[in-house]
Design a protein around this ligand. Structure first.
Ligand code: SF4
Length: 408
């Protein structure tokens, strides 16, 4: 039978936890990627990936720049061949000459050891997939892996990974150990099944090799296209790392999230849930759309959780029978006039019955007062009543008078 806590003797910590409105981020070590640092208490880093062919040097430079200009802090490129790896030398030089040294990550694929070694000279971080780095073709007749076979492949992985680890370590660069649920190595599937546990063991095997070579500039990811699998894998990874005294930062993402509204919701369900638990140091939203479309989604997730403030936070009621003006239209007007005032919280509420109380401590409020009139608030204080037709202009004047206005 469950015993209920005695309210007079219950520890205050339980209540504190329930009323705590702060996200307590998991403590992680700082990992450098060019001039950006992942983990170590730094703001959650936004990243994405260009979809240009890396051999198209001009297109790739333009794609990287386009992403960086809208706030993508780390850009990933794919490196399927040695020619692609070499092209990155030129891409990097051109970026340095014509723009900025954008932090770059190269994605290395099947049996990519030689390619990884080449590309490690030109980028800041190399992403490897443990399931593919030493690719063993699945054998349909196999029924088991003996411990000896398992260990033998482990040794092969170590020998293959070592030169890359040494190169990255000696250059002060980083590595992402990026496990994908959809591409676990066959021996992991046999030993642990197609499970979060298999994903975690895959990552740990690679982490241990890196640590044995005194290389700890590692970021770990556990992506899956199913949100519950992804959530379980990251949570288990955190638990295992805590147990083992490891503090590597995590890169969050839901793979193959698709496009449109559902792609965004699915990504948010996975990434947002973990961030709310304090898990995650860098995020990528993967959409089947132009990569530029991913960046605003990343920022919206981070802003909604209060983890980064990159835009004005608008608080607006859904409107109801009490609404005294066209709320959708007014919200649009207010947003158009004030969206550059990053850092401010502005509320647009339909009526004074519930509006002022529900403005969630916004800096300014625009609230329906009576037909044809609205009231402007500074915090919880009503400042003045003005005709609705002058509402937006008067709001701007109020912000200006407070010295919080900047020209767009
Ligand atoms: S704030 Fe007023 S208008 Fe808006 S939903 Fe609540 S009651 Fe309705």
């Amino acid at each position: 039978m469950q015993t209920l806590p005695n309210p007079t003797t219950a520890q205050p910590t339980a209540n504190t936890a329930l009323t705590d409105t702060t996200i307590h981020r998991r403590k992680t070590r700082p990992v450098p990627v060019g001039n950006i640092t992942i983990g170590g208490g730094n703001p959650v880093v936004v990243q994405s990936m260009i979809n240009e062919d890396t051999l198209d040097i001009e297109g790739s430079v333009a794609g990287i720049r386009r992403l960086h200009e809208i706030g993508c802090e780390i850009v990933r490129v794919t490196v399927p061949s040695m020619a692609h790896a070499k092209a990155l030398a030129e891409i990097k030089q051109r970026l340095a000459r014509t723009y900025l040294l954008v932090p770059l990550v190269a994605d290395v694929h099947h049996n990519g050891m030689k390619i990884a070694l080449e590309v490690a000279k030109h980028v800041d971080k190399v992403r490897i997939n443990p399931g593919l780095y030493v690719f063993e073709k699945p054998n349909p007749n196999r029924t088991e892996y003996t411990p000896t076979e398992f260990a033998e492949i482990g040794e092969k992985i170590r020998a293959t990974l070592e030169p890359l680890v040494i190169s990255l370590r000696d250059q002060g660069k980083s590595m992402r150990i990026g496990v994908n649920h959809g591409s676990l190595a066959e021996r992991m599937l046999f030993s642990y099944g197609d499970t979060p546990e298999g994903m975690v063991e895959s990552a740990l095997e690679f982490i241990r090799i890196c640590e044995s070579l005194d290389f700890r500039n590692l970021v770990i990811s556990m992506k899956a296209s199913r949100v519950p699998v992804m959530l379980a894998a990251y949570r288990l990874m955190v638990q295992r790392m805590d147990h083992l005294g490891m503090d590597y930062p995590l890169h969050l993402g839901v793979t193959e999230a698709g496009d449109g509204e559902y792609g965004r919701i699915k990504s948010t369900a996975g990434i947002g849930t973990l961030l709310a638990e304090g898990i995650g140091d860098t995020i990528r939203v993967s959409l089947t759309e132009a990569p530029e479309k991913e960046i605003p989604v990343c920022y919206s997730i981070l802003q909604a959780l209060g983890l980064r403030k990159t835009m004005v936070e608008y608080v607006a009621c859904p409107s109801c029978g009490r609404t005294l003006f066209n709320l959708e239209e007014v919200l649009h007007q207010v947003r158009e006039a004030t969206k550059h005032l990053t850092g401010l919280d502005i509320a647009v509420m339909g009526c004074i019955v519930n509006g002022p109380g529900e403005m969630a401590d916004a800096d300014y409020g625009y609230v329906g007062k009576q037909p044809g009139y609205i009231s402007l608030y500074r915090g919880r204080d009503e400042i003045k009543k003005v005709p609705e037709s002058q509402g937006v202009d008067e709001l701007i004047k109020l912000i200006q008078a407070d010295g919080r206005w900047v020209d767009p």
